[in-house]
Design a protein. Structure first.
Lengths: 91, 601, 141
């Protein structure tokens, strides 16, 4: 699996892209794992005002927003490309 | 009056007469200000058949009732006129500090009529209005014009002006204010140039009054709080600016590439907001009373593309970047600075150059036509040279200066112009994002994204996430955003306040400042009223439902590669529902009942 | 500037703001300028009616609008131009820090303006410099 980071997440994870080999079966699992690895600095961008995963961050699985693939339970395969954007932009 | 100043200033450049008149409370109440009031005046006083570059067209500068207060990010203004590019009603919106200064000088609208015999500029200092000869600034670029006008008037004057592009009547010419902000689209700069008006300088020291100061202060603090708490309005836009959209659009495969031949640009990251922030950003910048600060103060030191100024914004980076097949961010910045200096709309200019590149690649244009130039996708130096030539109407630039539609039509292939109603469409591929396609097709000013910014729900998930590939619910959503957008524009508010607040908060602000009671429903109704008024004008000009369409490439040719490969725009499925929900007939004409309901009958 | 005029007059008139911000468009840089509450203040020295006076036990200089005769000597005397004569309202404008809760500080969205106790402000600057010296020694060692 490949994970691409954008905007502030690049500063937090110190990379633009990362090969991810540990098995995760859903978007929820992946995000929780990343929050564990990168800590509160990462987590703050990935949660809504109630502290739940999701909020305004955009997570794409092979170019499709996870919210149209089953939400946080959207399944992930080993060869997926996941792109994660914190809440940014408009214009 | 409160919020409004109650005075309209008229300047007839033919006779030199300066007059003032009262703003009618009824007009103010129904049409709010800025885009709305301007459309009202234009449709009453100017015939749709008029020559946009002739003396009978009028050029209106209009801030809103909230402009000049500390309502957050609500100090914008519109330039309203008949567009020489589209024939439709143009209302180009801009930020900076110019709009509020008009309010402090005492005016809700500045209406320019007629045509000066020689180049002139206007100097407005509260009640004193002078028309002065502009012989020694005619021909100057925008930054120099701004400084020279200030030297001759007041060193802190707010200045709106045209560059060489407007003087030479390029249909893509804009009006720049505060040196770096643009009333960009629809060729409004050409109308100003056609009137021989080079600049407007304003100093105002009068107050903008508030009907209920306590309630207003509460409403402002509440609105500011919501915007600050919103991740995009509060942090995201300041950190990365609008250009951060590059990677988002590219990763979903709807980032128009090479004149919309494709929707995916492999080198996108090199031109996105992340790269801009790390390589060229000096500091963020905000407009009048703005806490969001999306503006980018940038600089390029590489001598090849050296320059400084504000920007590039997302559409600009897209236009001179992916749309032209270019991945050099410094070249893009340079093109941006050049456009600001020459007074050219970046979206239309970039898209026109991309169109030329596309026709060149398909051998419709040859070096003979271009005066020896090879115009290839990806060639940054040539792109920059073409920007310069376009702004000065030199060589092949003279052909480019009237936009992609007239360029492509001239060569017998209008279908290469990625435009609607002859105005170039911006940086979101409607094949991958269905709702924005409906917005492009139905926008009253031609190809435009800001008037119905469906990207918010369809891509960013604000206020809720809609599936960009679906047509379901899109007509309703587009209509609501278009109505809200019109109301927002008419109050002087910036579109980006929608990352935080909505019609409810806007109504509270408007009511407490003006003393006129508005609910959110009243505001949306005002927006709908303005939309229908603009539509009526367009129909009278001769635009029909046949013009509510997209280039055939976007209806029939699927996106070539990337995550949205294979998609086309399903506009035809959405348009009938759009008309019906708007209360229009099958030809897209507002019914008498609808007009009566909106007090437009 | 908007917060100031609104706090004082309940309307928006930046020309009457007691704090002024100047912007250089080319560089995109802005600087706020406001009353320095000087010791040995020229405005106090020249005032013929004692309408400019220092509040007891404080550094703050206040202006008494009732006793003021609008002679404008203070406007001439201030080396920074921070006393304004406002012809619209026929009054002298001078920052009074809004009774210790300045509106401009409250409304500034980026924290560019802060209202600090003087000793805290100077101490934090001295400490910032001291920290640099300490770090330089550590790097050398």
């Amino acid at each position: 699996m490949i994970i691409r980071y954008f905007a502030m997440l690049r500063n937090v994870t110190r990379q633009n892209e990362q090969a991810w080999n540990a098995p995760v079966s859903s978007v929820r699992e992946l995000l929780e794992e990343l929050c564990r690895v990168y800590g509160t600095e990462f987590r703050q961008w990935m949660v809504d005002e109630n502290g739940n995963l999701g909020g305004l961050s955009i997570v794409l699985v092979n170019g499709t927003d996870y919210r149209h693939l089953g939400g946080l339970d959207a399944p992930l395969q080993a060869d997926d490309v996941v792109a994660i954007f914190p809440p940014v932009a408009g214009g | 009056m409160y919020g409004w100043t109650g005075t309209i200033l008229r300047v007839d450049l033919t006779t030199g007469r300066v007059t003032r008149e009262r703003l009618h409370p009824r007009d103010a109440k129904l049409f709010l200000g800025a885009r709305g009031l301007g459309a009202r005046l234009l449709s009453r006083e100017v015939s749709p058949a008029v020559d946009a570059l002739g003396p009978d067209n009028k050029l209106i500068f209009a801030p809103g009732p909230l402009s000049g207060t500390f309502a957050p990010s609500m100090g914008r203004y519109d330039v309203i006129t008949k567009s020489p590019l589209t024939g439709a009603i143009a209302a180009s919106n801009s930020g900076g500090t110019f709009g509020p200064e008009l309010k402090f000088a005492g005016y809700d609208m500045l209406v320019i009529e007629g045509r000066a015999r020689v180049p002139v500029y206007l100097w407005i200092h509260n009640d004193e209005v002078e028309i002065r000869e502009a012989g020694d600034i005619w021909g100057e670029m925008v930054p120099e014009t701004t400084e020279m006008v200030r030297l001759a008037t007041d060193e802190d004057a707010r200045v709106a002006c045209i560059g060489p592009a407007g003087e030479k009547l390029s249909l893509m010419a804009n009006i720049m204010n505060d040196m770096h902000r643009a009333a960009g689209r629809s060729g409004v700069g050409a109308v100003m140039g056609a009137k021989n008006l080079k600049a407007v300088a304003v100093v105002g020291t009068k107050p903008v009054k508030v009907a209920d100061p306590e309630a207003f202060e509460q409403a402002v603090l509440a609105a500011r709080e919501k915007i600050s708490k919103h991740p995009i309005g509060g942090k995201g836009l300041r950190l990365y600016g609008t250009d951060v959209l590059v990677n988002i659009l590219n990763e979903i495969g709807s980032f128009p590439t090479r004149n919309f031949r494709d929707g995916y640009f492999a080198a996108a990251d090199k031109i996105g907001g992340e790269s801009l922030a790390s390589e060229h950003l000096l500091r963020p910048k905000g407009c009048f009373a703005c806490t969001i600060s999306c503006g980018r103060v940038t600089k390029v030191t590489n001598p090849k593309f050296a320059g400084e100024g504000e920007g590039p914004e997302y559409e600009t980076a897209w236009g001179f970047g992916a749309d032209c097949g270019i991945d050099d961010l410094e070249a893009i910045c340079k093109a941006n600075y050049l456009c600001n200096e020459l007074g050219l709309d970046t979206i239309s200019t970039a898209s026109t150059i991309a169109c030329a590149m596309d026709m060149y690649a398909d051998e419709i244009i040859s070096p003979e036509d271009t005066g020896g130039f090879e115009i290839r996708f990806g060639d940054a130096e040539t792109m920059i040279e073409l920007v310069r030539l376009t702004g000065l109407r030199e060589g092949f630039g003279d052909r480019l200066a009237d936009g992609s539609f007239r360029l492509a039509e001239k060569f017998g292939h209008a279908e290469y112009s990625m435009s609607v109603k002859k105005q170039e469409i911006p940086a979101y591929d409607p094949r991958g994002i269905q709702g924005i396609g409906l917005q492009y097709a139905t926008s009253n000013r031609g190809g435009c994204h800001v008037r119905g910014y469906t990207i918010s729900p369809e891509v960013l998930g604000v206020p809720v996430k809609m599936d960009q590939r679906s047509t379901e619910g899109k007509p309703e959503m587009v209509i609501e955003l278009q109505n809200l957008g019109a109301a927002l524009d008419a109050t002087g508010a910036c579109l980006f306040t929608t990352f935080g607040i909505g019609a409810e908060e806007l109504a509270a602000l408007l009511s407490s400042v003006t003393g006129v009671k508005y609910t959110s429903a009243d505001l949306l109704k005002a927006g709908e009223r303005i939309w229908n008024l603009e539509r009526q004008w367009n129909l009278a000009v001769g635009l029909t439902s046949l013009d509510d369409t997209l280039p055939t490439r976007l209806l029939d040719d699927p996106i070539a590669s990337g995550p949205s490969q294979g998609e086309v725009s399903r506009l035809r499925e959405m348009l009938p529902a759009y008309y019906e929900l708007r209360g229009w007939d099958a030809e897209g004409i507002p019914t008498p009942a609808k007009l009566k309901e909106l007090s437009l009958a | 500037m908007l917060a100031c005029s609104f706090a004082k007059e309940r309307q928006f008139r930046p020309a009457a703001s007691r704090i002024q911000v100047y912007t250089w468009e080319r560089e995109g840089f802005s600087v706020p300028i406001m009353c320095q509450q000087c010791t040995d203040a020229p405005c106090i020295e020249v005032c013929p009616t004692n309408s400019m006076f220092r509040l007891p036990e404080q550094t703050l200089i206040a202006h008494n609008d009732r006793s003021c005769i609008r002679c404008r000597m203070c406007v001439q005397a201030c080396p920074f131009g921070n006393v304004i004569y406002d012809s619209y309202a026929d009054s002298i404008l001078k920052c009074d820090t809004c009774a210790g809760d300045p509106a401009c500080v409250r409304l500034c969205p980026t924290g560019a303006l802060t209202f600090e106790d003087e000793t805290t402000s100077t101490r934090s600057r001295k400490k910032a410099l001291a920290t640099k010296i300490k770090d330089a020694f550590q790097e050398a060692g």
